[in-house]
Design a binder for this molecule. Sequence first.
Ligand SMILES: Cc1cc2nc3c(=O)[nH]c(=O)nc-3n(C[C@H](O)[C@H](O)[C@H](O)COP(=O)(O)O)c2cc1C
Length: 135
Amino acid sequence: MKTIVIYNSQTGFTKRYAKWIAEAAGADCVALPEAKKLIVFCVGASPITSDVKKSLACNFNEPKLERADVFYCPGGLNYEKMSAPTKLMMKMFVKMIKAKKDKSAIEVEMAKVMSSSYDIADKKYTEPILGCLLD
Ligand SMILES: Cc1cc2nc3c(=O)[nH]c(=O)nc-3n(C[C@H](O)[C@H](O)[C@H](O)COP(=O)(O)O)c2cc1C
């Protein structure tokens, strides 16, 4: 397995640890600002590619997000593999949509589709990611 240590350090302490770890592991050591590409892919239950870059604002600071290539890959829902609290939350969410009086067409479809497990993952969604990686 190839290992790379990517670190971010303002005053040098993290850098020192990163170098110690990389040295011991025989890994390359790269400072985050020098890392050439930052590719982020998100997987969701939605079949529609949404503007995930906006949703990522809480995970990355602006300069990092600005230079990141962000991709969305449809996944699915798997109730059989969900933890009990997550399953309960999802079921409540579906129930809430179903109980809504003036449902939009999207909500009607969502409630129907999200009632049971489904898998819409497809290898083809990796193509743009690989294109970016090999660019
Ligand atoms: C609490 C929770 C919130 C979720 N929010 C979203 C969402 O905002 N948009 C979306 O497309 N899917 C959402 N999902 C669905 C998961 O992203 C989806 O099932 C995904 O395929 C799971 O990937 P995994 O098998 O790697 O865990 C949510 C799931 C959970 C449990």
